[in-house]
Structure formats: C-alpha cells, structure tokens
Design a protein around this ligand. Structure first.
Ligand SMILES: *Cc1c(COP(=O)(O)O)cnc(C)c1O
Length: 426
C-alpha cells in the first residue's frame, strides 16, 4: 500500500513524509499519554453522572425537564474541574460564549483588562476597540478597557501590576495564540498568572478564553484557579460531532450570570430546548480527547514537515503544546493561497472547491480559509486560515483523523511544488 496509489503526491514528497513520521514517533507517545488520561477523566464523569440512553431524547418549546441538556452541563463541569457549566447549541460560536461571560458578569463602571495583549480579532467589536461605531459593545455600556501587551511574546508582569486598580473587575487571559506569532500560554503559566493577579487584588475575576485549548493538557484553566472560561463546541470539546454550540464553565455565581445573559434573568439555564442535539454533544465530548490527539499529531506532522522544507514554524515539532494551532510562515501571498487551495483538495468535503480570500465578518483584513469540513467552519476538522498580511503565515488546525490530515497537508505542499513556489531539497 502506498499513498501514491491513491493520490497525486510525488514520490519524493512521500519519501520525505515517511522520514518525518519516523522522526516524530516519540512526540506522538507524549500526545497518547495525555489522550489516555483525558479519556479516563471523561469516562469517569460519564460514570459519576450515570449517563444513559434517556439523555439522548429531545425536548421542544421551553425545554423544561430536558435531562440530557442538564447532564451535559454536569459532565462539562466535572471534566473541567469546575463548580458549574452551561453548554448549549444556542451559543453560536466561541465569540458568543466569551461575550456572554463578559456581558453577563461586567457592569457599568467596571474595568476589564486584557493581560495577554490584544484579544482575538472578533472580540474587538465586543469590547469596543475596533474602528467601527461600537454600538452595543461593552464600551457602549460604560465598561472601560485596558490592555497590557505582551513583551517579546511574554506576559508583562510589571505592566499588569501597574494596570490593576480598584476599578478592575475582570482580567482576560487568552490561552491560545489566535492569529498572532506568539507562544500560547500553557496551564502552568495560566496558574502562575492567576495567582499573581489575585495577589495584587484578590477579588479580580480571572476569565480565560480557552478556545483550542481543551484536552491538550491534563488540566484546564478552571482546574488551576480560573473563575470562568469559555470555548466553542465546533473546536476541541465537540469532538467533531457537535454541529453547533459553546460552553461556559467556572464558579457557580458567574456561570449563572452568563446564563442570565444567554436567556433572561430568572429563566437562565432552566429553559432552552436542545432540539435533538444532546446525543451528538454527549458523544462529541466522549470522542474529544481522542480527536484532539489526532489534531495534535496532525499539527506535529505539519510542523516537522515544513521545518524539513526550510520554513519557520511555531511551535516547533518537539515543543510542548497547549493548543492545536500550528503556524507556518509561508513568506508569500502566492504560497499562502496555493497551500490553502491544495489542502482543500485533500479534504473529505468540498475537495473540488477553490478557496479564495474574502472579507469575513468580524475580521479586519481579508482572510483565506480552507475548510473541507462536515460542520461549516469547524476548526477541530482539518482547516487552514490566514489573514492576507506579511509575512503570510498560515494557521493550521484540526484533523479528525490523522491519516486524512496528513493527506491534506501533503496536498497543500504538492500544490506549492506544482506551481513552482517550492522546490524539494535534493
Ligand atoms: C476561535 C477563537 C475564538 C472564537 O472564535 P469563533 O470563531 O467565534 O468560535 C476566540 N478566541 C480564540 C483564541 C479562538 O481561537
């Protein structure tokens, strides 16, 4: 059996790919050991919460007595070592889940400080720091904002101490790098940072944007002191099966405030029909540690492959990881577009479609996205996206199945070879 019997990948590239795979085996063992731990953690939560077939049934209307919905909340709380959690298909994205935490907990006159630099692009409109009219933003509601930038990709501890005042109600910590060339913050660093912030002002609420981080390590931010965190179900914790949704986990009081914002004060989490999504959300969580491991292996493969081909990558193939993002500095617009188009050709869905750059809502620059996915925009599935700006880095993530992700990534490289934008070393 050989890949070339199935796909148009050059012999030379397949040979390089095999060498790459041989050299990354020890790192795969590391990934497998975290996968095993997290699989046990999830399974134990299923046992403790007596998950049963009856939880897969659906509700309608108000969704009163939707026991599947309620067990999902308890499962997430248990798995994330949190007091409480709310998980809903009605949370439309990670941005929405994050916004619910911010609007739910902050009040006029409060101050929010992002202590890990500029937050994820889509939060600029939420906070009110984009160049748009800011209607409905936190700023519009009288919530002020400050930002402590990273210095050479590292947290500026002194700057944080200077920034926190009596008005500071919440700090925002972003675990994953997002569209930035910086190291992501691992759980140990998040723990240290939270401890530091609480040492300056003990009642500051520590919020973590946990997007792309779930199940990459053995602990989550709420295991190490985060008061509240949020993420998307079409990323890691949905395990590739959830068709939509987001989660919020943390202290009971704050999760409830976010739930009041999601529905209404009074009804909060008690309403909301799950509309037949319970089974996929429960099964997705069950799959998540495994699927995240597949995505990590895909990222490690891409990192080592592009390193071998002479490109700068972040993280390096053998560096510890805390999210599933792999950045590759492609160095030219042509290479960026071609790589994304090639990767799309190796996707299970829409393999015949040619992705083009476009002005995506919520983002400032033109973005190109390759996503041949079962769930639209799902980035736990193999996907590549990038803003069209110098130095033309591509952000690669996901891979439900490592073998497919490998084929997708090699199609991306083959496209560069075919267009003479890359030459293989002799
Ligand atoms: C994906 C992501 C978000 C939210 O994105 P959505 O597309 O709204 O789900 C927020 N922060 C980070 C770091 C992310 O990676």
């Amino acid at each position: 059996m050989d890949m070339k019997d199935f796909f148009n990948i050059s012999d030379k590239l397949i040979k390089i790919s095999k060498d790459v795979e041989n050299s990354i085996k020890s790192i795969f063992h590391r990934v497998d050991s975290v996968k095993e731990y997290n699989t046990y953690k999830v399974l134990r939560a299923f046992h403790a919460n007596k998950v049963s077939e009856s939880h897969f049934h659906s509700s309608t209307g108000y969704g009163y007595g939707d026991i599947g919905r309620d067990v999902i909340d308890r499962l997430y709380a248990a798995v994330f070592d949190a007091q409480d959690a709310i998980v809903r298909p009605h949370i439309v994205s990670g941005t929405h889940a994050i916004a619910l935490c911010l609007y739910g907990v902050l009040r006029p006159g409060d101050e929010l400080i992002s202590i890990t630099g500029k937050p994820y692009d889509t939060l600029e409109d939420v906070i009110g720091i984009s160049n748009k009219d800011n209607r409905g933003s936190l700023r519009d509601f009288g919530i002020s904002y400050k930002q402590v930038d990273l210095i050479d990709g590292k947290v500026n501890y002194e700057g944080i101490k200077d920034a926190i005042t009596s008005k500071t109600k919440m700090v925002l910590i972003q675990r994953s790098k997002g569209y930035n060339w910086r190291p992501s913050l691992d759980i140990r660093q998040i723990q240290q940072l939270i401890k530091y912030v609480k040492g300056i002002k003990s009642d500051v609420i520590c919020f973590v944007d946990n997007c792309y981080g779930e199940f990459v390590e053995e602990k989550e931010p709420t295991s190490v002191g985060a008061d509240i965190m949020a993420g998307s179900l079409i990323k890691n914790p949905g395990g590739g099966l959830a068709r939509s949704g987001g989660y919020i986990a943390g202290k009971k009081e704050y999760v409830e405030m976010a739930a009041y914002r999601l529905t209404t004060p009074g009804t909060g989490r008690k309403v909301g029909s799950s509309l037949g999504t319970n089974r996929e959300i429960i099964q997705g969580l069950f799959f998540a540690p495994h699927v995240v491991a597949e995505a990590l292996k895909s990222a490690i493969f891409a990192s080592k492959l592009f390193d071998t081909l002479g490109f700068e990558v972040n993280p390096e193939w053998n560096e510890p990881r805390t999210d599933i993002i792999q950045i590759i500095k492609l160095g030219s617009k042509e290479r960026l577009i071609s790589f994304c188009q090639g990767l799309q050709k190796g996707s299970p869905i829409d393999s015949f479609v040619l992705p083009e750059p476009w002005n995506m809502p919520g983002y400032n620059e033109e973005i190109i996205m390759a996503a041949g996915t079962f769930v639209q925009g799902s980035s736990i599935e193999l996907s590549a996206d990038a803003p069209l700006i110098d130095p033309y880095c591509v952000y690669l993530q996901g891979g439900l199945i490592y073998e497919q992700a490998k084929v997708g990534i090699l199609h991306g490289v083959q496209e560069l070879l075919d267009k003479k934008l890359l030459y293989l070393p002799e």
